[in-house]
Design a protein around this ligand. Structure first.
Ligand code: NIG
Ligand code: FE
Length: 398
């Protein structure tokens, strides 16, 4: 399949020959008047990119589509979401807009509704949310459990998530269930999360995550989080951390120390946190939809980038802190509110997300990589943040 008529092709690949040399497009490997050839793909394998270059030099192919001056970017890699849930918390959002702060307590509402839902109900809403993401340009999504909080309900969430993505995360340590908040109950729940629940969940997940937030009575402190992560690692899982969302805390440095792929939120970072992140491979994943939906201050992406840290942006799509699946919105917020240039924000939503998931086959457009592309209905990729709120991007179905 030959795709031609591409006004701007963003490759996110520094070695792209003939890429435009303009500051606005720095780091994006942008080709103008480009073409891409896609091949392969079958029962067990995804289509891959076979050729990238100027349209005038494109080889012949069996099929061709002409994009007539539209643009193409790598499909977005949304490295943080909680899509397996039931119930509605719109009233909690409304309360926050008039001043009620977020503390994680509402998670219990979703846990109750999710436990009560049938597999069929959860599967249908999950698939709908994934489709909603594709319709906005997302081609890879990470999905967490964390609204079950019993062995059976956590396994169920992971099995369902595995039907839509290989990037599945065990988050039994999302919150301590409300009926176990007394010290003995809390200790017993932690034993469960690091013991029987972990053993049952590990075969269905790639990652383990923990809500490390000493500022919330519902979440886990540094010591508890360390225990969850080390147990997960011993069970063969790779590490991710929810950290520094509601206040300064140990999450970011714990993530670095344990070699986590990513620490997510990073809303409140000390200089030492930024320094630790900059000296590591751990990606700082920023979730600006959360700050939008909780009225918190946005994290300072500029500070992280200038220090040399790796930065990704993701949606965190979940019923509590951000019920938006829109990566284009996250890019726009990153540009408008977090000090990122449009090019940095696009990189953070593509190749940055891929780094946060330790994937080298996605997030860029280059020969041999997955043909996960998104179509921008505009003459430049810049229209993604420029036309905020307008559905200009969608996954390219090949
Ligand atoms: O990433 N902070 C912890 N977990 C989610 C919110 C979950 C919820 O409120 O339902 C987050 O923001
Ligand atoms: Fe989250």
């Amino acid at each position: 399949m030959l795709i031609t008529g591409i006004a701007e092709l963003v490759t996110c690949e520094s070695t792209t020959e003939g890429a435009v040399d303009e500051p606005l497009h720095a780091g994006l490997g942008v080709l103008r008047d480009a073409a891409v050839v896609i091949g392969g793909g079958g029962e067990d394998s995804a289509p891959t990119v076979e050729w990238v270059g100027p349209a005038a030099q494109a080889p012949a192919a069996d099929w061709a589509i002409d994009l007539e001056g539209r643009s193409v970017v790598p499909g977005f890699v949304d490295s943080h979401s909680h899509l397996v849930f039931a119930g509605d918390r719109s009233a909690e959002f409304a309360a926050r807009m008039s001043g009620t702060p977020y503390d994680g307590g509402g998670i219990a509402v979703t846990v109750e509704a999710t436990r009560a839902a049938t597999d069929g109900e959860l599967r249908a809403t999950l698939q709908h949310r994934v489709q909603e993401m594709r319709a906005q340009g997302t081609t890879t999504v990470e999905v967490k459990s964390g609204y079950g909080l019993t062995v059976e309900d956590e396994v169920r969430a992971l099995r369902l998530a595995r039907e839509v993505t290989p990037e599945v995360t065990y988050l039994g340590a999302h919150v301590v269930p409300p009926d176990r908040r007394d010290p003995a109950g809390r200790a017993a729940y932690l034993d469960l999360v690091c013991g029987e629940m972990l053993q049952a969940c590990a075969p269905h997940a790639r990652w383990v995550d923990v809500f490390c937030e000493p500022a919330s009575p519902h979440a886990f402190d540094g010591q508890e989080s360390r225990r969850v992560l080390e147990a997960g690692r011993d069970a063969g899982l790779e590490l991710r951390v929810h950290g520094n969302q509601l206040g300064e805390g140990p999450g970011a440095q714990l993530a670095v120390e344990l070699g986590a792929a990513s620490v997510d939120h990073c809303t409140y970072l000390t200089d030492a946190d930024v320094e630790a992140l900059a000296g590591s491979d751990t990606v700082a994943t920023l979730l600006p939809g959360v700050e939008f939906s909780t009225r918190q201050p946005y994290p300072d992406a500029r500070r992280l980038l200038d220090a040399g840290a790796r930065v990704a942006i993701a949606s965190d799509c979940n019923p509590g802190t951000c019920y938006s699946s829109s990566m284009p919105l996250m890019i726009a917020l990153a540009v408008r509110e977090m000090g990122m240039t449009p090019a940095e924000a696009l990189r953070a939503a593509t190749v940055g997300g891929a780094q946060a998931l330790r994937r080298t086959d996605i997030g860029r457009v280059a020969v041999g990589l997955r043909a996960d592309l998104a179509l921008v209905d505009a003459p430049s990729w810049l229209h993604i943040p420029y036309r905020v709120g307008v559905p200009v991007v969608r996954a390219l179905e090949v």
